[in-house]
Design a protein around this ligand. Structure first.
Ligand SMILES: *Cc1c(COP(=O)(O)O)cnc(C)c1O
Length: 389
């Protein structure tokens, strides 16, 4: 048996060998011609992956939370009103982060596994004065996907900018940033973009950049300030070096390779593959009589699943599944952390990884006494995969 296990958590995920190989190349100067070309191409391809041809990309060393904070800090001025649509842990993280920006934050919440409905969002926006609408594309704590397109439409209708945390979604879930009118879409390298952790990735549309250019108060946070990063991004996009903070050279090279692979697959094919993987995995879980957090199928994310432990099973399952070759994640919502687990199925993970994971999951469940016909989950997932092929 090979020593390495499948990493099936909602980030970091399985990475392609070519991406990892790019990480191990000798580190170049950040102003060398080769690196300038790599960085420029990565920035250009990021816009293509987000389907935002007119957007301004930013790639900055940091994690996804930095991308969240950059979007907030550059768009908001003290006293601005923000509406947060939360579907779990990361919605609440954004609420807390926004409060530090001295914004007036209103947060809509929903019961576990659900998201505030559009009527509720519209009713709140109608009260007026909102500068920003913020939502999480896929909340990684619940595997609930929000209706990004409709939220973008509402934001536009009520004159608010729309910031979407796509950290567990971008490059996996369907998202057409420009067509749908998402003003800032952001992610981190280690999720569906498929690069080891360490980069905050963000594309700001023209309305967001205008709002930034028109601001009166300075951005609170030197490292966060678009004013420091914009000339750097623009220079590399134009094939010129520039410096503000040293870019993560090896990670940027790996990003170039991964984005190339993503675009070679094609965004439409990639959205479809993720939708099929999510559907197949849920079919497998259902056949094992497991219940998921999302309260409706239409809310279920393609990039990950969140699943309640069945009767008699608890977090010991994670060790049992790991022993069988797949690493899964525990619960994240504090109130029910011990009652569920999460499985990432995004990026370079393919259908064989999905089936291997389900096989390991069946083994772990059986070891802990959960009864089901052996192979029921595998058969259902395989049927779903074959039907969608
Ligand atoms: C992972 C994640 C984050 C945080 O990203 P970090 O890289 O851990 O800072 C934010 N939002 C969502 C939806 C995530 O899945």
């Amino acid at each position: 048996m090979k020593g390495r296990k499948l990493l099936m958590i909602p980030g970091p995920v399985e990475f392609d060998p070519a991406v990892l190989a790019a990480m191990s190349e000798p580190t170049e100067s950040h102003v060398s011609p080769d690196f300038i070309r790599s960085f420029g191409r990565a920035l250009d391809m990021l816009k293509q992956v987000f389907l935002a041809p007119g957007g301004q990309p930013f790639v900055v060393a940091g994690s996804g939370t930095l991308a969240m904070e950059m979007a907030a800090a550059n768009l908001l001025e003290p006293g601005d009103k923000v509406l947060v649509v939360s579907a779990g842990y990361f919605g609440l993280r954004y609420r807390d982060l926004l409060a530090r920006c001295e914004a007036q934050v209103t947060c809509l919440e929903a019961p576990v596994g659900d998201t505030p409905d559009l009527e509720q969002v519209e009713a709140e926006l109608r009260r007026g004065g909102y500068k920003l609408l913020v939502a999480t594309h896929v909340d990684t704590s619940t595997a609930v996907r929000s209706d990004a397109r409709s939220l973008a439409g509402l934001a536009r209708q009520y004159g608010a900018l729309f910031v979407l945390d796509g950290v567990a979604a971008a490059a996996g879930e369907e998202l057409r940033q420009e067509e749908w009118g998402v003003d800032v879409y952001l992610t981190a390298s280690q999720k569906a973009v498929g690069v080891p952790p360490g980069m905050a990735l963000l594309v700001a549309g023209p309305r967001a950049m205008q709002a930034f250019q028109g601001r009166k108060a300075p951005v609170r946070g030197y490292y966060l300030d678009f004013a420091n990063w914009l000339p750097v991004m623009q220079a590399y996009q134009a094939g010129q070096p520039a410096y503000f903070g040293t870019p993560p050279v090896n990670l940027v090279r790996a990003l170039e390779v991964s984005l190339e692979q993503i675009l070679a697959e094609g965004m439409e094919a990639r959205f479809k593959r993720h939708a099929c993987m999510g559907q197949a995995f849920r079919a497998g879980l259902q056949a094992l009589d497991l219940r998921m957090l999302p309260v409706r199928e239409s809310l279920a994310a393609s990039t990950l699943s969140a699943v309640y432990y069945p009767q008699g099973v608890d977090a010991r399952l994670l060790a049992e599944v790991s022993r069988r070759g797949a690493i899964l994640a525990g619960g994240l919502l504090p109130a029910i952390r011990a009652q569920y687990f999460r499985v990432g199925h995004m990026g370079a993970s393919g259908s064989s990884d999905l089936l291997a994971t389900l096989g390991a999951l069946e083994g772990g469940l059986a070891a802990l006494g959960w009864k089901f016909p052996a192979g029921a989950g595998l058969a259902a997932a395989q049927q779903s995969l074959l039907a969608s092929a």
